[in-house]
Ligand binder design. Sequence first.
Ligand SMILES: *[C@@H]1O[C@H](CO)[C@@H](O)[C@H](O)[C@H]1NC(C)=O
Length: 215
Amino acid sequence: MAKLIMILSLVAHSCAMAMAFDPSPLQDFCVADTTSPVLVNGHACMDPKFVQPAHFSFSGLHVAGNTSNRFGSVVTPVNVAQIPGLNTLGISLARIDYAAWGVLSPHIHPRATEILTVLEGTLEVGFVTSNPENRFISKVLQKGDVFVFPVGLVHYQRNVGYGSAVSISALSSQNPGVITVANAVFGSNLPLPADMLAKAFQVDKIVVDNLQVIF
Ligand SMILES: *[C@@H]1O[C@H](CO)[C@@H](O)[C@H](O)[C@H]1NC(C)=O
């Protein structure tokens, strides 16, 4: 009996750990069938006999994104939405282009650790640890340098050079998700109560009103 309880608690423990990340494959592949009415965690599998090489492929990551926006950065994602064959495999990629002094605003990937390398230019990158330390860990990266953003932590990238910059990231989820802090806090649909945000951020409500207009 004691042995059974021990085994059950081990199983429960290992399930809890596995559930925290993308599921492990139980077959060679499970190409996403995005038309399936079946709702599962991720996507239902396409019938393997209809699977084609294109389901494992994406082209265009050599093409620079258009950074003509107010932040001066743009992300080209390559996740399960672009490559259905990534379904259940727990990995994805992104190209990020930065105009001179462009910023990829503080954001969180709720489901992925990110490992980034600089292909061109000079990037300042950083993340902030959780409460209560809220330690800011930051570095300036040159071409060929690599940096890691641990899963769930707020992080950002900024081009601190006078030319454009390019980076490539790998992420430990087929669907990492992005929560841009400013959008979530000041640009939600419907808006969060401005008086609550004024108290939370310890600023006058007019400051919150302005931020809510911008985001
Ligand atoms: C880049 O985006 C801007 C703003 O949306 C647009 O005006 C411009 O034509 C785009 N440039 C290219 C090369 O697509």
